[in-house]
Design a protein around this ligand. Structure first.
Ligand code: FA5
Length: 346
């Protein structure tokens, strides 16, 4: 019996040392010292021993019981101390300075677009948006570009399957000009002045000034007695507001099937200021927009009578404006998602 008591003691102490938390300690207590615990039961059987053996075994049993109770209290204290340490480590120290959350900023293209809108708003232009996935007839046909027109080569894009038939094909718009038709059809015969910003897509050989996805802002003014002088005046005003007086502006004749006459506007290259460099493709100029007087047929397609109404339109590349404004040499930086570039525009 003495041996049995010693073995029980050793086993119990070993287990107690391995116990990891207070609820496991309680389970240990119940297992050894509880009313039906192993030690309690063993001590109960001491009564059946002979009168000679009983006192010695009884005394040993009580000593072991006390030893286990003391060990139990010590283990409880130890575990409480550990738990306290964990609690202290988890306590919120409100005197520590907070961690600054990373702060984003507007993308340079969005910023430039907002600046463009701010320049045109006081001139009476409001802002509309059209769909990026567009019908062929809005992107091309109603803008005087029938299916076999060579101008389609300049504006090849991604078509959305399946083909729906003549003029019914869907595509990613190549310019914001389809918005002209949509707006005119909605507003005719009222005079209008609108900006239509949005993303455009083209099958493009990407280079420092060409992306396959870029943002344009379309401008359209339709009314009575609108002339080319209005077009030139508005766009020159825009260029002065945007770039100051320093950079030279150039208008040249250009061809777009939906305007007559057509023009392009270029700004002096901000990198080389004239002699030519990689950014301006060695021309000294960076083209920022196409423009012209709205073609009579396009006015008709939009629901206006060209005998009564005239209008001007332009389409400018927002990345090109941002490049000129902020001195960015390559358009690919805009969509490369490099934070070293983007975070300069906070
Ligand atoms: C057009 O897209 C015509 N819709 C513009 C227009 C509107 C003419 C109304 C007449 C009346 P163009 O393809 O030239 O034209 O593009 C207009 C401008 O968009 C360019 O001057 C340029 O600033 C920008 N742009 C064109 N292609 C790209 C490209 N791949 N990457 C970045 N910008 C581009």
């Amino acid at each position: 019996m003495k041996k049995e008591l010693q073995n029980l003691r050793n086993k119990a102490l070993k287990e107690l040392a391995r116990v990891k938390d207070l609820s496991a300690v309680e389970a240990w207590r119940v297992a050894y010292l509880g009313r039906k615990g192993t030690l309690t039961q063993l001590l109960r059987s001491v009564g059946q021993l002979s009168a000679k053996e009983r006192p010695k075994v009884g005394e040993l049993g009580n000593r072991i019981k006390e030893e286990l109770q003391t060990a139990l209290q010590a283990r409880i204290q130890e575990l409480e101390k550990e738990a306290q340490k964990v609690r202290e480590a988890e306590t919120l120290d409100i005197t520590l300075p907070g961690r600054r959350p990373p702060q984003g900023g507007l993308h340079p293209v969005t910023r430039t677009l907002n600046e463009i809108i701010e320049i045109f708003t006081p001139l009476g232009f409001s802002v509309y948006e059209g769909p990026e996935v567009e019908w062929d007839r809005y992107n091309f046909e109603l803008l005087n570009i029938p299916p076999d027109h060579p101008a389609r080569d300049m504006w090849d894009t991604l078509y959305i399957a399946p083909p729906y038939g003549k003029g019914q094909d869907m595509l990613l718009r190549t310019h914001t000009s389809p918005g002209q038709i949509r707006l005119m059809q909605e507003m005719a015969p009222a005079p209008l002045r609108v900006l239509i910003p949005g993303r455009c897509y083209r099958y493009e050989a990407v280079d420092p000034t060409h992306e396959w996805m870029f943002v344009q802002v379309e401008g359209l003014a339709v009314g009575k007695k609108i002339t080319m002088a209005d077009l030139k005046g508005v766009l020159s005003h825009f260029a002065r507001q945007m770039f100051g007086e320093e950079l030279k502006v150039r208008f040249r004749c250009d061809y777009f099937p939906f305007v007559e006459p057509g023009a392009e506007m270029a700004i002096e290259c901000f990198v080389c200021h004239g002699p030519g460099c990689r950014t301006c493709k060695y021309t000294g100029w960076i083209e920022i927009l196409g423009a012209g007087m709205v073609h009579p047929q396009v006015l008709r397609n939009g629901g206006y009578d060209p005998a009564e109404f005239s209008g001007f339109a332009f389409g400018m590349g927002v990345e090109r404006i941002a490049m000129l404004k902020y001195g960015i040499e390559d358009i690919r930086y805009f969509y490369g998602n490099d934070l070293r570039f983007l975070s300069q525009f906070r």
